[in-house]
Ligand binder design. Sequence first.
Ligand code: BES
Ligand code: ZN
Ligand code: ZN
Length: 501
Amino acid sequence: MFIVENELDFSQKEEAIVVGLFERSKKLDGIVGELDTILDGEITKLLVDGDLSAKKKSISKIHTLGRMNIKRLIFVGLGKEDELTFEGIREVIGKAVKSIHTAKIESFAVLLDTFTTENLDALDCSHALGEAVTLSTYSFADYKQKSNIPEHAIAKVTVYSQEDSEEVEAGLVVGSAYGQGTNTARTLVNLPGNMLTATDLANHAIELAKKYEFEAEILDKEEMEKLGMGALLAVNKGSVEPPKMIVLKYQGKDTWEDVIGLVGKGITFDTGGYSIKPKDGIVGMKADMGGAAAVLGAMEVIGKLRPEQNVVAVIPSTDNMISGDAFKPDDVITALSGKTIEILNTDAEGRLALADGVTYAKHHGASVLVDVATLTGGVIVALGHDITGAMTNNEELFEQVLEASYEAGEMIWRLPITEKHKARVRKSRVADLNNSPGRDGHAIFAGTFIGEFAEDTPWVHLDIAGTATTTSDYELGPAGGTGAMVRTLATFVELYQANKE
Ligand code: BES
Ligand code: ZN
Ligand code: ZN
């Protein structure tokens, strides 16, 4: 889709050219100045008259009315140069590309050097561009007789830059890979529960493994019973769909040491079980495998970019249903780690699935763990829909995940785990743990519970209940699954340093 060129030949035909515009000087410089000269100073005039804006996120489409072969100039406002961030470029390009897509234009060009600043070089800008184009053109094919998928698609993007073209190409490859992994996660989240069962999720993982040469292991119910995965099996008891424990291994180092474990909650539909959700709370629970989607999306990025790291992805998957066989409050179950759990609420099922997922990741050699889960409504109350909740038992690992989230522009915010929280999770007359100590600050109890299974292994928990889906369209995508944390996880893997001093 992307073609990199050094020089813009002004006589060349282009449907549209995207140009970045900073609020920096009244006088236009560089390539924009050349365009201005060709157009007899019209760009300067438009700026002076206020018909063209360099304000952050403003998009101004200028038709050249046959005065050049380039049909339209699309100016994107970048605001003040020293304030522009990677995220800012992604959003503004996303917005421009959306408008190009809506206008049914199938090929366009970008003047990349009009976006670079002291802090954001050509590699950053081409990465942002690759991501923004991939993300902003995403749509989920609906099931209407008249499909929503447009007949036109953006087929070609020419990127003009005088910087090192290998660097620009590398940025585009990385950005597109990040975008594609995110889009896959979006699709998995958007698929309804009847079209994405645990078996379907496992099949997706098998396909990934074939494509990117991962080692795959899919445990079925009998194998789980033999191993004693009583926590995941308890959640599955009420279902007619078989559970799956999905494992993918990517070996990027010579030896299977320093292994990053990524564990994703794969509840393909959450009714709440006997602690049934109210009817308004059930709608949308097809997205309760958002953590699994994030991990699989990140594995896709890892498969494409092949960093020198070892990664084991573990996805405990089932739906949470009701039947005569279903688990129920007061039941006592035994997790894979041997810990017993008193069930107080069958709707706190994610932490049960993750308990076995985390333990199994350790069995596979994970030396650090990051779990991702649509775990609690409580995190939405606490942090809203733009911020992912985080918890940890290890400062150093948390710093690394935080840094990755900054790079990816996906905000995370830490919630504490105190001895009091641990005591509440451990309070039970009949078992080692209980799965629902109360509603007060319950996002913390959920994380604390998972921490009981991470034990001494450095671990970060990411609660994406608020961020995995959105109800409205935005610059970089439509309403529905967002693919939250795919880019953070992939960036974390890329940046990860074992035993950092
Ligand atoms: N899947 C839900 C959490 C959730 C809620 C995700 C809203 C996305 C949007 C989870 O399994 C759940 O039901 N959690 C309970 C925990 C409670 C029983 C302690 C909750 O948040 O109410
Ligand atoms: Zn639940
Ligand atoms: Zn759930």
